[in-house]
Design a binder for this molecule. Structure first.
Ligand code: UDX
Ligand code: UDX
Length: 436
């Protein structure tokens, strides 16, 4: 099997996972990031993010066939295929900020003396590849290259599995040459999964349409969850009953405090904006977004209803990351809930298995906020536990023991991690989401 010289631009969650997984397959990989601190850490063999399994692979491949650099000449000159994985954050108007993509396109122009394949992996608006192509030609009319799209569908926390065993691989290509290279990289032996080979803009659109649909699906069940609370029905049973219909599917029907992370919020907004620019009104997505924003109000209301007075209450906050198995707190519902509780006068003890360091940078400890070293520490002298992320550590917590440390045995569960009957039998006042 042909092995390639692969360059990965951007050493974030997506770029690092992509680079390290390609190195596991034996390709020669150079991963480049402008952030010199990040590269320094990586050069010491340390992973700057928490993504299960990445470090183990890196231990095997580091300095054998994966290298890190903050120098553009080291990546571009030495790569045949360049995967662009830089961030595409949100602009104030909701559209995607493509300045990093542009910067990267300009930077690589002078290295296109012999043919190179440039592959967008970052989530980008439809037609971004056309802009990349135009930019490169503007700076270097003689450049020999193709731009392809291979959108990532990596979920943080299960990135490695999603890389090696994807549901599908989307390849948007504009030439036979680009198609051949990508099909060699994603060959049937190593990737025996459905492949969609299409034009570049269709591939770009598949990504935005997929992420927005998933966000919509979660907002839908959250809307149903609100109704379940009103009529005394269990949303998890409703989701189970719906999900067994293969046309609907069980995944992404977990009601909770809403979707966060670096992708869904910005991708939904960018998709709405893209539609607007083309005189289309994606009102259904606007509604999904609103439902998601209201999850925070809804949860705070629930806390008020349960505790009566929030002021002066000591609350154990379980979970800071936007979902389990990551240290990522970008757009995390927990990070939106915490200031609201503090404004209401609560004292908080925060606990998360991985995300406390990141959270300390934006919510430093003070008289009202403490960070606990352990789950036990977090509940001592507390009036209630608030579950904001569905980490396994919380699911497996020894509740009878923890109850002894608490002033009042109350659990307000924003992620429905327990069986209400069992928790109530232990003597807790248990307030789940979307359940009687
Ligand atoms: C990002 C996007 O947010 C997502 O939409 C897309 O699908 C993939 O890329 P993520 O990997 O989570 O996801 O982003 P982030 O962790 O912010 O990493 C981006 C990296 O690119 C950072 O390390 C940043 O330093 C680097 N970067 C950014 C560059 O190397 N060069 C630049 O010009 C800009
Ligand atoms: C997402 C997409 O799933 C992935 O394909 C894409 O490439 C990047 O964006 P990620 O942001 O890592 O991945 O997390 P994901 O597992 O999709 O969860 C997003 C948010 O939705 C989290 O806050 C999670 O808690 C929430 N969620 C997810 C629910 O509330 N209910 C669910 O049923 C599923």
């Amino acid at each position: 099997m042909k092995r390639f010289k692969i360059g990965v631009v951007g050493a974030g969650y997506v770029g690092l996972t992509t680079a390290i997984c390609f190195s596991e397959l034996g390709h020669h990989v150079i991963c480049y990031d402008k952030d010199t601190e990040k590269i320094k850490k990586l050069k010491e063999g340390k992973i700057p993010i928490y993504e299960p399994g990445l470090e183990d692979i890196l231990k095997k491949t580091y300095q054998k066939n994966i290298f890190f650099t903050d120098k553009p000449e080291e990546i571009y000159a030495n790569s045949e295929v360049i995967f662009i994985c830089v961030g595409t954050p949100e602009m104030p108007d909701g559209s995607a900020d493509l300045s990093y993509i542009e910067a990267c396109s300009i930077e690589l122009t002078s290295y296109l003396k012999e043919y190179k394949l440039i592959v967008e992996k970052s989530t980008v608006p439809v037609r971004t590849a056309e802009w990349i192509e135009r930019t490169i030609k503007l700076y270097n009319p003689h450049a020999d290259f193709d731009v392809a799209s291979n959108p990532e569908f990596l979920k943080e926390g299960s990135g490695i599995k999603d890389f090696f065993q994807p549901d599908r691989i989307v390849l948007g290509v504009s030439s036979e040459r680009a198609k051949k290279i990508l099909l060699e990289i994603y060959n049937e032996k190593e990737f025996p999964y459905p492949k969609i080979i299409t034009d570049v803009k269709t591939a770009e659109l598949i990504k935005h349409a997929s992420n927005s649909f998933l966000a919509l699906k979660i907002s839908y069940i959250n809307m149903v969850a609100n109704f379940c609370e009103k009529v005394g029905v269990d949303v998890d049973v409703v989701a189970e009953g719906m999900g067994l219909d293969r046309r609907i599917g069980r995944e992404f029907l977990k009601a909770g405090i809403g979707w966060g992370g670096s992708c869904f919020p910005k991708d939904v907004k960018a998709f709405i904006k893209m539609a607007e620019e083309n005189h289309e009104d994606f009102s259904i997505l606007k509604e999904a977004y609103k439902i998601n924003e209201k999850r925070i109000d809804h949860f705070i209301e629930k806390v008020k209803k349960t505790l009566w007075v929030i002021k002066g209450k000591r609350l154990a906050i379980w979970g800071l990351s936007f979902k389990p198995n990551t240290d990522d707190i970008r757009e995390s519902p927990a990070i939106k809930i915490i200031p609201r509780l503090l404004n209401a006068g609560a004292y908080l003890k925060l606990y998360d298995p991985e995300a406390m360091e990141n959270t300390k940078k934006i919510i430093p400890p003070n008289v009202n906020v403490n960070y606990a070293d352990s789950i036990e520490e977090s509940v001592k002298e507390s009036h209630a536990i608030l579950i904001l992320t569905d980490w396994d550590e919380f699911k497996n917590a020894n509740l009878p023991t923890l109850k002894k440390y608490m002033i009042t045995p109350i659990i307000i569960d924003g992620r429905n991690i327990y069986d209400p009957k069992k928790v109530r039998e232990l003597g807790f006042l248990y307030v789940p989401t979307g359940k009687p």
